[in-house]
Design a protein around this ligand. Sequence first.
Ligand code: ARG
Length: 432
Amino acid sequence: MVDGDGTNFRFSTKIQNTIMSQTVVLAYSGGLDTSVAVRWLTDRGWRVMAFMADVGQGEPRKEAVARAKVAGAVEVVVRDVREEFARDYIVPSLKANAVYEGKYLLATALSRPLIAKHLVDVAHRKGAGAVAHGCTGKGNDQVRFEVTARILDPTLKIIAPVREWEFRSREEECHYAARHGIRVEVGKKSPYSLDHNLWGLSVEAGPLEDPWREPPLDSYRWITPPHKAPAKGATVTIEFRRGVPVALNSRRLGLVPLVQQLNRLGAAHGVGRSDLIESRLVGIKSREVYEAPAAQVLSEAHAELERLVLDRELLHYKQGVALKYAELVYDGLWWTPLKTALDAFVATTQRRVSGWVRLKLLKGRCQVVGRRSPYGLYHKGLATYGKADQFDRQAAEGFIKLWGLPYEGLRKEQFKVRSGKFKATSNFELRT
Ligand code: ARG
């Protein structure tokens, strides 16, 4: 019937195009918000494809897939991206020593550009005209998802149901879910909002909204509270090759199992928790608690190895780069030229970052106790106070003279010190 009939053929292509432009790929987590979003979008005429990325959150996948189908998803696409997450996101961030506001190792922030990249890719493969996410309208994640999607494909429509929909409370959402046969165990639901992946767990809301209140015990989702951790502690040795962790206690491991094992070990010893007031990109301060055992241990170890192998100028300059790098990650600017350029800089600094770091994990503390590298710049002959000292003390004298020379000159000029005479004064400040 269609064969040979040009009109009909064009007509079917048009229908096909319409269907595709009516298809949206939703970043789906399996929780209440994204499950409700599937239904909500379906109700508005969208064909919804749910996309789930396994970033190591460790939640039961089967139930989530089933829930998406019940909610109305025409298809559920699941991708295990843990390897890619570790190699292309965690490692570059570790090499850069990226830490946001001194405490946040960026687990959630790092996963977003990866998930968004796959979201766009699924949209392309399925010919969808839109992508969607389940982030609220006051967090950083909406920015990260949408900025990434816009950078990677500015022609895609972006929908943020949670920002748009009519539900005023969690109860209203649950009511809507129940009406549509979507089962989410609300009874068992904790008061916290959680986001979990291989690199860490972010905990917020509920009792944590009072910044003066100590995080209650039930906010420990993963890590053993330090006072319950074994008194004996544990020692762990990490080997790095060019900035990448490659072995744990002399056992060679791939990145994913290495991070997983270190997570288990660190968590058992109460290591890796931080509690901070954080400056969100969208202008508000929020209180967040993070649990990131492996991230904490690895970043302490990596930074320590750099202290040993990088010269002072490079080390200090790189510390400035680390701050900028962390900001870019936090701000959703992963896929940008500056981030690429900083990666190139960081890569050249990692050529010497090979060696071993030994750490002690004890009741919430993670302490470096030893470091060693074939590229180490520590020379005992120069550092020792013992007999073997080779340091040229005479050279120090001239060095100090020149080092202080500009300021000596300034003082003489400002206080009119002539011919060695100096009137004693208690005003020590030098004018600029
Ligand atoms: N504040 C963190 C960030 O912006 C984590 C966000 C997700 N946190 C959560 N508890 N759901 O990266």
